[in-house]
Design a binder for this molecule. Structure first.
Ligand SMILES: C[S@@+](CC[C@H](N)C(=O)[O-])C[C@H]1O[C@@H](n2cnc3c(N)ncnc32)[C@H](O)[C@@H]1O
Length: 217
């Protein structure tokens, strides 16, 4: 595991030079020890944006995700997103899907997650996570065009209960095109309904987040 602190921008540009799931996983394995210090240095705010979007959806729709319900954090990393879930008042079971052992060994110490699934999301492949199981499927900073691509998105939807909610934050650069089309097609198939989406500045310094909330039908 790398303990040397890469400059924050160096960490991001090396990550963006990766172009497949195996290399992305290797990169997180190698840099897990500096992940949190780098992300805090970059003012990473994606997990909090997930709740901004979720609360707007709840206000707009009158629907409420049970705070004592069952959640899964896809790409849980070192547990920063799980900490946000707890701060936002989610008291129920939180499971993690996280393929990097080194990232998850940091998350595990936080005592947030009940079950960890170590699968890597791969295009059009089912993971070992049970389907139709979660009130809230939550994911921050994981879906992109390198590793967990839009072709993996139906697998996240499979995990949600019918009537459950998905609240997702990605870099806005990946929204137009692949992700927007993937969600349009899930809507056409009447599998989900897109309930809220917006771009919010400050995903991390200099980047815009795209948040989206889906209701599984
Ligand atoms: C930017 S980190 C986000 C961690 C955490 N959600 C947060 O907000 O701090 C991305 C995480 O996604 C995981 N990841 C990368 N590719 C993945 C894939 N194809 N399937 C599942 N997880 C993946 C990485 O191991 C890493 O822990």
């Amino acid at each position: 595991m790398t303990t040397e602190t890469k400059s924050e921008n160096g960490w991001v540009s090396e990550l963006y030079s990766v172009n497949n799931p195996t290399d992305e996983l290797k990169y997180y394995e190698e840099t897990a020890a500096v992940y949190e210090s780098n992300l805090k240095g970059l003012n990473y705010r994606a997990p909090d944006f997930c709740f901004v979007a979720l609360k707007k959806f709840e206000e707009e729709s009158g629907f409420s995700v049970p705070r004592d319900g069952k959640c899964i954090d896809i790409g849980a990393g070192t547990g920063m997103s799980g900490e946000s879930l707890r701060s936002a008042g989610f008291t129920g079971v939180v499971d993690a899907l996280e393929p990097s052992d080194n990232m998850y060994s940091i998350a595990e110490q936080k005592g947030i997650y009940s079950t960890r699934y170590s699968d890597l999301l791969l295009a059009e492949q089912e993971t070992s996570v049970p389907g139709n199981s979660y009130d809230l499927v939550f994911s921050c900073g994981v879906f992109n065009n390198r590793s967990a691509t839009s072709k993996c998105f139906p697998e996240a939807v499979r995990m949600a209960k019918s009537g459950g909610v998905l609240s997702i934050v990605i870099n806005n650069n990946y929204w137009e095109g692949d992700f927007e089309l993937a969600i349009n097609s899930l809507e056409e198939e009447k599998i989900v309904k897109l309930k809220h989406t917006e771009a919010i500045d400050g995903y991390f310094d200099g980047k815009t987040a795209r948040v989206f909330v889906l209701h599984k039908l």
